[in-house]
Design a protein around this ligand. Structure first.
Ligand code: B3K
Ligand code: ZN
Length: 875
């Protein structure tokens, strides 16, 4: 072997290289003898040769395993080779029983992948490729096997021993240990395997399915947390019911278990019949969780439950197809939240994610299509593009087909692929076959990366009484693809009379026209019959994940804000009005011109804020400016100081302009602290938004302290603290101290406090963040803590993260060096802001590049970071 480091560099896998496996495994018997440092795993598999290649070796993946023995059909087998990543067995019969014994060390597993300890409990995380850290296996999603699992552990420490499927037997051993045997009747890929052992409090309930079957529901939480589990249980029951009613899909086992753990790399995991959740998405009571937390629990519980059909029963053929299950399941959870809550507000929040961080991902070195073509570390591709843009692609199909045909497509998809590992092509084929809609061009959304821009111009021909719309689409080259083609883009529009704002029916040559235009060419024109000039509302409901360039006047936007029939379009017009002025003010700031905001802008907003016909939650969204990150995406070169300054300036202008209305809102809205209905949540949101603006006015900021003292739930407590934080009020320290005194024993609640430390706009922010790392509730090994403190600083405090002395970058580098060895998945998420260095001014680019090079030079760089850094440095 050469000494050159290059030889050992991790290699990419390519989508087009997919090959079916030479062998498959139909049944697996697992036995776990649990021990903190020396867990013994015995895997007995029925293996079958499925390719005609008679001499093919059986290559099993394995990571960080100690191999104890291998036997074939009961005889010790020595005809094998193994290295750090693979076990290769030679000269095997066509069908045989393979038994492998391995030893693993769960307590040394800080990467939280495979079998690890979360506090005192054992738990697993196998997606995407964690099962190979448990035993040597065909750890790929197209190998579907039936699992039986026996778990053996000390009875006192681990009274609950859980795995997938149904409990079929249990017993007690003479040495104080006990065992439980589980059987999962549904064949599944290894990534859906789960095991949990520990001592918990359990919330039990049940669900009767549409066919009258009883399903036992069990939620396992840390001892003492039972009063934080009922909302998760109600959300689960709602999800089960909703999936039956909207999609006709019924649950298929007699038991559904959810375990909440504190140490978890992401939100949750849909293991068959035994979901493992980050406690953040299970635990909620009025004292500890905000309204957003409540909605987050509902969404994630729904998401994991919906995976039972879209992911588990129909899984992915290979990991390049990840969006097959994730895009579709995000679409389903968004629909669930929208059917149960406020559809427009849900849509707005999803759109903010696409327009902010997803568009930023498209413009970054990590740009990839929703179905990536090449991957080094699969965990790097659980991205906003695969999930959120993936969901937008499903939503566009839903728009093109309509609910009825979309559901027919779903039924055909399930009929064709239930119990198998499918591809994105299979999904689109089912949608197209069931509906008769040609999706050939539409499918390019799966292979083309980047954000298309729609440039729209319009004209009114008074003589012909015709309104003309010309639409040009363009997708700029991305880091991964230089050539782009025209996509099929559904463009939902509406017309309003320019003088009165009254809706104008969409007609062309006397015929009514569908409001969704099919943009399929590079440039296309559309004509509409109009007897007088009109204003066009474009991209209503965000009918496609694209950016829009259209030269609206302030007056036209004000008209749409007031008169558009769709509440989404009213919100969107308000955002476009803001965007116009933000761009102008940033240029003014850079040119040293004094900033000013026309009175009419504040006034247009005031009309909406005072519109009593609108839901309070929607008004709150209209009052919420786009984030600094979203604004950053509008510029070729990002000026963090100018953006922060302009954003603060607009907020201050609005606070002054709206003062009387804000005071009235703040005092009139009185939702009960223990009311968690969508109406009450919306009212709280509006009231707290009003408070955040009032905090900017010295004569009103006293209300923040009063609000904190009188808060009857966490939403109000956090609203006061957030307002004090962003307005840099003198009471901030005192509120923060009082919060920490009350909650320092509870890491999950303290995450809110850590987040406020990370996003503190005060000058000494970084020094504080450094100091807070030694707070007793902080733990660098816990991903939630890392994301709350370090993640919020690097992602949501651009002014100090991008400080010109490079201190923010060095702070991140130090954290990444630690996490690179301890938990590469968390490290790899945290590095993202650094990858975007090309978007900043020269001095920052130099510093950011240096930071990346420093990391690239690490001896033991994990492949997660390797992949991203290499792309960013373009080496
Ligand atoms: N499928 C999991 C995510 C697994 C991430 C692996 N790094 C949760 C979800 O999307 O539902
Ligand atoms: Zn998912």
């Amino acid at each position: 072997m050469s000494a050159s480091a290059k030889v050992e560099q991790p290699q990419a896998k390519f989508r087009l290289d997919y090959q079916a496996p030479d062998f498959t495994i139909t049944d697996v018997d697992l036995e776990f003898d649990l021990d903190d440092q020396h867990t013994l795993v015995q895997a007995t598999s029925k293996v079958k040769r499925v390719s005609s290649q008679q001499d093919a070796a059986l290559c099993l993946a394995g990571e960080s395993l100690k191999l104890l023995s291998v036997s074939v059909n009961g005889e010790l087998w020595s005809d094998y080779q193994h290295d750090e990543h693979e076990l290769r067995l030679f000269h095997l019969p066509d069908e045989f029983e393979l038994c492998i014994q391995t030893e693993i060390n769960p307590s040394a597993n800080t990467a939280l992948e495979g079998l690890y300890k979360s506090g005192d409990a054992f738990c697993t995380q196998c997606e995407a490729e964690g099962f190979r850290r448990i035993t040597y296996f065909l750890d790929r999603p197209d190998v579907l096997a039936r699992y039986q699992t026996r778990v053996i552990a000390d009875a006192k420490q681990y009274p609950f021993l859980l795995s997938n499927g149904n409990k079929i037997d249990e017993g007690v051993l003479t040495d104080g240990r006990h065992w439980v045997q589980w059987q999962d009747p549904h064949p599944k890929p290894s990534y859906l395997f789960a095991l949990v052992a520990g001592d918990f409090d359990v919330l039990r309930d049940q669900f009767t399915t549409m066919n009258g079957r009883q399903v036992a529901l069990e939620i396992f939480v840390d001892k003492g947390n039972l009063d934080r589990a009922p909302h998760a249980m109600a959300s689960l029951q709602n999800a089960m019911k909703w999936d039956e009613e909207r999609f006709g899909l019924e649950y298929d086992l007699d038991i559904y278990m959810i375990v909440a753990v504190d140490f978890f790399n992401m939100g949750a995991m849909e293991n068959k019949g035994l979901n493992v959740f980050n406690s953040k998405f299970v635990l909620a009571n009025p004292q500890t969780a905000t309204d957003d937390d409540y909605l987050g629990v509902e969404a994630v519980i729904g998401h994991e439950y919906f995976h039972n059909w879209t992911g588990n029963r129909i899984t992915c053929r290979d990991w390049f197809q990840l969006s097959l299950k994730e895009g579709l399941t995000v679409f389903r959870d968004q629909e669930f939240s929208s059917d149960l809550g406020d559809r427009t507000v849900n849509r707005i929040n999803n759109v903010r994610i696409i327009r902010g961080p997803q568009f930023a991902e498209d413009a970054s070195p990590m740009s990839h299509p929703i179905r990536p073509d090449q991957v080094i570390e699969m965990n790097n591709f659980y991205t906003l593009t695969v999930y959120e843009k993936g969901s937008e692609v499903i939503r566009m199909m839903h728009t093109l087909l309509g609910e009825e045909k979309f559901q027919a497509g779903m039924r055909l998809y399930v009929e064709r692929h239930d119990g198998t590992a499918a591809t994105c092509d299979d999904f689109v084929a089912a949608m197209s076959d069931a509906s008769g809609v040609d999706l050939t061009q539409f499918k390019l959304w799966y292979s083309q990366s980047g954000t298309p821009n729609l440039m729209v111009t319009s004209s009114y021909d008074a003589q012909q009484q015709q309104f003309n719309l010309t639409v040009t689409q363009q997708t700029k080259p991305t880091a991964d693809q230089s050539e782009k083609v025209a996509l099929h883009i559904p463009l939902r529009i509406a017309l309003y009379d320019q003088k009165t704002g009254a809706p104008v029916a969409l007609m062309s040559q006397g015929q009514s026209v569908d409001p969704v235009l099919n943009v399929t060419q590079e440039t296309q024109s559309f004509q509409f019959d109009c007897t007088s000039p009109v204003i066009v509302s474009l991209l209503d409901d965000f009918s496609a994940p694209v950016t829009l360039s259209y030269d609206y006047s302030d007056d036209d936007l004000a008209m749409l804000m007031r008169h558009a029939t769709s509440p989404y379009a009213r919100w969107d017009a308000s955002q476009q009005l803001l965007a116009k002025h933000v761009r102008r003010l940033v240029a003014d700031y850079q040119a040293g011109v004094e900033l000013s905001l026309p009175y009419t802008v504040g006034q247009s907003f005031l009309h909406i804020i005072e519109d009593e016909s609108l839901a309070p939650a929607l008004i709150a969204e209209v009052m919420t400016l786009p984030s600094e990150n979203e604004i950053a995406g509008w510029f070729d070169v990002i000026d963090v100081d100018a953006i922060a300054h302009v954003r603060r300036f607009i907020r201050a202008c609005f606070a002054q302009h709206w003062e009387t209305t804000l005071q009235a809102l703040y005092h009139d809205l009185q939702p009960a602290a223990d009311d968690f209905s969508h109406q009450a949540i919306g009212e709280r949101c509006l009231k707290n938004n009003a408070l955040a603006y009032l905090a900017l006015l010295p004569a009103n900021s006293k209300w923040v302290e009063v609000h904190f003292e009188q808060a009857g739930n966490m939403t109000d407590t956090m609203a006061a603290m957030t307002a004090a934080n962003s307005a840099m009020l003198s009471c901030r320290e005192q509120l923060m101290q009082s919060f920490s005194d009350r909650w320092q024993q509870d890491g999950l609640v303290m995450d809110k406090w850590f987040m406020l430390q990370g996003t503190n706009p005060a000058q000494n922010c970084l020094a504080n963040v450094e100091a807070v790392k030694s707070h007793p509730a902080f733990d660098m090994k816990n991903p939630n803590r890392v994301r709350s403190l370090i993640g919020s600083f690097v992602n949501n405090n651009p002014v100090y993260f991008h400080a010109l002395d490079g201190s923010g970058y060095q702070f991140l580098v130090e954290a990444l060096i630690q996490l690179n060895t301890a938990n590469p998945q968390v490290a790899s998420r945290l590095i993202d802001p650094l990858l975007k260095y090309r978007r900043y001014d020269e001095p920052r680019q130099v510093l950011m590049r240096q930071a990346l090079e420093q990391l690239a030079g690490l001896d033991n760089l994990a492949k997660d970071l390797f992949e991203k850094i290499n792309k960013a440095l373009d080496v």
